[in-house]
Design a protein around this ligand. Sequence first.
Ligand SMILES: *Cc1c(COP(=O)(O)O)cnc(C)c1O
Length: 368
Amino acid sequence: MHIHNFNAGPAILPECVYSNLAYAVNNYGNTGLSLLEISHRSAEFHGILLEAELLLRELLSIPPDFSVIFLAGGASQHFAQIPMNFMKALHHAAYLDTGVWASNAIREARCFGNVEVVASGKKDNYSLIPRHFHIPDNCSYFHYVANNTIYGTELQEVPKTEVPVFCDMSSNILSTTFDITKFSLIYASAQKNIGPAGASIVIVKNTVLDLVNSSVPNIFNYKVLANCKSLFNTPPVLSIYGMLLTLRWVKEEGGVAEFQKRSIEKSSLLYNEIERNDLFRSRVKSAEQRSRINVTFEMIDPNLEDAFLHYASERGIVGIKQYQNYPGFRASLYNALPLESVQVLASTMHEFEVKFKKRGNSASVRYK
Ligand SMILES: *Cc1c(COP(=O)(O)O)cnc(C)c1O
């Protein structure tokens, strides 16, 4: 049976990434050595890092006055590392609270100074992103999460402010075009849309690196890490090679604009089915705040959830259960997920509805 993998992260990667990684683990570039047994300071690994950086610069149109750092650890590490590096100047930073990851970032920042939460979607159970908020001028930076992987909301516009904008793009980087010059720092975990778990990337403006608190230990210091060109210490070589393979694939397939088009196509197909189907509803009411990457939805009658999950799993659909013991579904539509998988999910929802109504259950369907 063909598997349709909607996992949220670690998540589906292109087929060529699996095969090329497997090959490299046995014999990297026909050197007769495994990628796992060569020095991170070898010419081979140097080539990997250089090409990965060049490709990322090309795909995201990163100007020369920004540094690109590949490093170990996921986005959660940057929740702490960002305030550690940048909060010193004013001991004050502004955060937008739009979900689990945003509030985790806020909690870590509070270890280093005053956090002003400019707005929070918490009282609405994060089913929307607050629209009206004021970012004070007297803070070191403004932080937000572009795509809320768990709640399924996405902010398409960059909030306007005079202070440096820092953004967690873990789940939508490479799926959406954006103007990088509106940001001072962007970071992302690898395992959503760029490669295997274990690494992350940071893209940061050089003038912002000059503001790094000099008492931050070297291993956490973004300026030191950038100056060492991602080789301050041994980086996660396998993850970085996996990122390079993914970046090559993104370019071959037509680049970020092409994946934005595909994300719109895939997510529209699924949202349309959710709207049409009497058994399901979207978790996110406002159409323009719905994520194009993590589509969250639930059954109007939660008692049907297990039956639908079983029905879907018989058709090869995996990874749509939001969390154990947490109601609802989430279908993650990362770049490597083919349109065909979304078509299978949508038609499975449709067939389930037809089957349900045939059993004479239509009276029990409550309307949305
Ligand atoms: C997954 C995710 C994180 C956490 O990533 P880790 O690699 O587990 O630290 C943070 N932010 C967003 C938006 C995510 O999707």
